[in-house]
Each structure stands twice: as C-alpha cells, then as structure tokens.
Write a protein of this length. Structure first.
Ligand code: C2O
Ligand code: CU
Ligand code: CU
Length: 487
C-alpha cells in the first residue's frame, strides 16, 4: 500500500536493539516543577543513548537534557505556566500541538511571537480545555530542531480518568543514523522534500531502540501512542492482542478496534488505546510496524513476566472517555471550501524513474489548476505555497468568520500521503472519498492518502491566523502550508 518503499533506508539499525539511557551534558540549574501548573523547561544540546548503552552516545538537541523531552502532565481546565529558556545556539519556539489555546501562545514565528533568541526566556501560559494526549515541539527550523531531538509528550489529565492498571506512553521517533551512531546531516534535501520526506532508519520508543516492554498477564493498560517522526507513517500491529481505540489526537471516540487490526498513525498523530494483556505469562509478542511494504520491522515486543495473570476473568469492554468541551459544527449551515493539495513528484508508486524525474522536475499539479503562486516551492494548496516555518506577513488563504461552521474538502491530487494539521482547533473527520467514517472521530491531524478526498468540519471559534499544514516536515517547509484567518 505504501508508495515510497524504495526510498527508505535499510532496516539494519532497526534491528540493533538494546536498552538505553539518556544522559544530559549539563544539569539544569532549575527545579523542573515549581508548583502546580507552573514549571520550567529549557532546550539545549546534549547527548542521548538512542541505540543502547553499548553504542556511542548521539549528539542531540534536547528539552531538559532528555530525549524525548519530559512528559508534561497538567490537569484539564487549570492554568498552565511554562517558563522556557532557549539555551540552543539558534532561535526557537514551542508549539503545543493539538491544544486549543490563544494564538499568542501557539509558537508560530512571525504570527504568535518572534523566535526566542539564544539565552532568552519566554513564558507560555494557557488553560488546556481538553483532556488527552498531545505533544510539544519547536516551530522554527523544524526539520533540524525536531529531527535532532526536540519534542515531548503533553498529557492533559481527565478529572475522572478511566480505570486501568497502568497508563503508559510510547513516544515514537524516527532517526536517520550514521554508522557511528550520529544523526545524519542533510536535512531539507530537496529531492526528499518532493517525495516521502526524511524517513530515517531507526525508530525509538521513549528515546531508545526497544527490545521489549515489560507487561503482566491480565493487566489492562491505557497506552498513549504519539508519532513524533518527521516523516515516517506507522501502522502498528499488536500480535495476539486486540487494542481498542478510545481517543484519536487526544479527542475521545467510541471505543473500537482498528480496521484490519492496524493502528495507523501519520506524523504528529496520537492514539489512546486500551489493551488487555491476554497473553501467556513468560511469552513475548511482537509489535510490528508494517506501513511500508517489505519494510516491516518489530518496533518492540510485549514481554510478559512469569507471574500468574492478575485477574482470571476478562474485563468488560472499556467505557468511552469523558467527552471534551468541543464545539459541534453545524453541518447544514456550514460554509464549504475545497482545499486542493498539489505538487510533489508524480508516480510515487513505483519510484522506478527516480533519476529521470529528478532532472525533469515533473510536478503533480493536477487538472490544470494554476500553480503560479508556487514559485520555487515543491508543493501548494490551491495553487499557493507558503514555505518554511511560518513568517510574518503571510497572507491568509481564507478568512473565516468567528463562530461560524466550516466544512472543508481536503482533496489530495498528489501521489503522496499527507498528515494535514490545523492549529488552534480540533475538527470532525466526516468522510473519506464520499464514504462517512465508520466511527465518529475528531482530530487535529488527518492522514490523507494519495488521490483521496477527506471532509472535515469545525467551528471557527478561535480568533487568529492559524496554520494549516502537512506534518511531513519536509512537505511543510517546501510549501504544503497555508494560513486560515479567523476574525
Ligand atoms: Cu505539530 Cu504546525 O505543528
Ligand atoms: Cu499544531
Ligand atoms: Cu505531506
């Protein structure tokens, strides 16, 4: 099904498993938690043992000297105050991906704030309205900054969380490692930007290549999955287990099993699943990612301890999570717009003519749509392209009326997959190629397959200039990005 398999690097590094620890080069002078809802955070260069302790340390950029950054947990509906210090050698910001917050706190350079200069501090303050699994990452020099290790999970806790034995987080990341265990240079390769983006050769789980994650027979786990990769799409299969999806992009849904048993996660997407550990004590069960044909690999294994099951009877099916206070779009009254995704290399399926296409620069514009606004960009939305990370003075593609409902068709005319992300809002995903989605679902990032048309709807209830972009970061930087003004 995947179209870019020949572009992937070898799976060699994926197989070298080992437990890893993360060490920082410097200790933070600050306590990490000052009081409830208030904390400090920093970004600096450091090192991490992504491949295991017996392998060389990798030079990284890290939040609080950890890769991934610390898991930030805050209660729903309570003010959060994060004093962030930039100890990198370049400007940065933090974007709180998926949190509905005021535009000034959204971390988009030139729109929310100027980049925070080296040595400077910025205070992020917001009150998260929704409980769920979110994440944070920079929005400046995003390929390099995220690709060198700057990202972390952000968990907003329900007042009444579901009853489970353990609440686990798997923050997944994808790295392109050199043979000596360093992060390969070459971010922003223009050829990659026209295809799948920078897909790596090493996938880590909570900052290390994982050989196994300990579990106990009979326990019920809430597992929060975050795809923090720059470009890699993942489709996870839990051998011998039946995960139930209870939330997508932090937003609760009716508990259901995934289609074909695969949890499909584009970059930036999250899923909360409830898994009952029904395997046998002492056994191991593989968790595989088989999104890219012929490049399936074992992400990890569920490693059962030898203890007897902690319960003898299976539990009842999980209840839905408590709902978040999302504004329900009025579909009958919604104003409709079509957003056409354009560009990239044609014929992503086979990739056989890679060399030839590289010279020719053949673009997937589609149906004679004007590509005049694209300039040197490789991708566009409705013929216009915004490149980079966000800049001052970007004109909005559309101006939406505050409080009104909108229904967008995201029409992918390209040969590539795009996880399309809207800032500042969550939207309902209504249909794919005209077929209603089987379960009512909300998201902030929707994965659109090649040639697919996806309908989404939302209430434009948050004033500001909000980015809508592909979360394959190479695609974003090369033009698959626009701004919606809500006023
Ligand atoms: Cu997760 Cu504009 O980003
Ligand atoms: Cu975002
Ligand atoms: Cu894309």
């Amino acid at each position: 099904m995947a179209s870019n398999r020949n572009f992937l690097w070898s799976r060699r590094a994926l197989l070298g498993a080992g437990a890893g620890l993360v060490l920082g080069t410097a200790l933070s002078p600050w306590p990490t938690r000052a009081a409830d809802g208030a904390r400090r955070l920093s970004a600096a260069s450091g090192q991490a043992f992504l491949l295991g302790k017996d392998r060389p340390a990798t030079q990284v950029w890290a939040y609080d000297d950890q890769v991934p950054g610390p898991v930030l947990r805050f209660p729903q509906g309570k003010p959060v105050r994060i004093t962030f210090e930039n100890r990198l050698e370049e400007g940065t910001t933090i974007h709180w991906h998926g949190i509905r917050l005021p535009i000034g706190m959204d971390g988009v350079p030139g729109i929310s704030q100027p980049p925070i200069k080296p040595g400077e501090t910025f205070v992020y303050e917001f009150t998260p309205p929704d409980a769920g699994t979110f994440w944070y990452h920079p929005h400046v020099d995003s390929l390099r900054q995220i690709g060198r290790g700057l990202s972390g999970a952000l968990i907003i806790e329900e007042q009444e969380p579901p009853v489970v034995d353990r609440d686990l987080l798997w923050m997944l990341a994808d790295w392109r490692m050199t043979d000596d265990g360093q992060i390969a240079a070459g971010f922003g390769n223009p050829m990659e930007a026209m295809m799948s983006g920078r897909i790596g050769n090493t996938v880590t789980l909570n900052g290390r290549v994982s050989a196994g994650e300990p579990v106990r027979a009979g326990e019920r786990i809430r597992l929060r999955l975050v795809n923090g990769a720059l470009a890699r799409i993942m489709a996870l299969r839990f051998e011998g287990h039946r995960p139930m999806i209870v939330a997508i992009d932090g937003q609760p849904c009716d508990p259901h099993e995934p289609k074909d048993g695969r949890l499909l996660l584009g970059p930036a997407m999250r899923m909360d699943v409830i898994i009952d550990m029904q395997g046998e004590p002492g056994r191991r069960y593989r968790v595989t990612d088989d999104f890219y044909d012929e490049l399936a690999y074992a992400l990890t294994e569920l490693a059962y301890d030898t203890e007897q099951p902690m319960r003898t009877h299976p539990l009842d099916a999980p209840h839905p999570l408590p709902p978040n206070p999302l504004p329900e779009p009025d579909l009958a009254a919604a104003e409709r717009h079509e957003l056409v995704l354009q560009g990239g290399m044609m014929g992503g399926g086979a990739m056989a003519g890679l060399g030839g296409m590289a010279g020719g620069g053949m673009m997937g514009g589609g149906n004679g749509m004007s590509m005049a606004g694209m300039g040197s960009a490789g991708w566009a939305i409705n013929g216009s392209a915004m490149t980079g990370d966000g800049q001052a003075g970007m004109p909005p593609l559309l101006t939406l009326k505050l409080g009104r409902s909108y229904l967008f068709t995201l029409r992918n005319q390209t040969a590539w997959w795009h996880p399309m992300h809207l800032h500042g809002h969550s939207f309902r995903v209504l249909s794919r190629n005209g077929t209603p989605v089987p379960h009512r679902e909300w998201g902030d990032t929707v994965l659109v397959s090649p040639r697919e048309a996806v309908e989404i709807a939302f209430v434009a209830d948050n004033p500001g200039d909000w980015m809508l972009h592909c979360h394959v970061i190479d695609h974003q930087m090369a033009g698959l990005m626009t701004i919606l003004r809500i006023a």
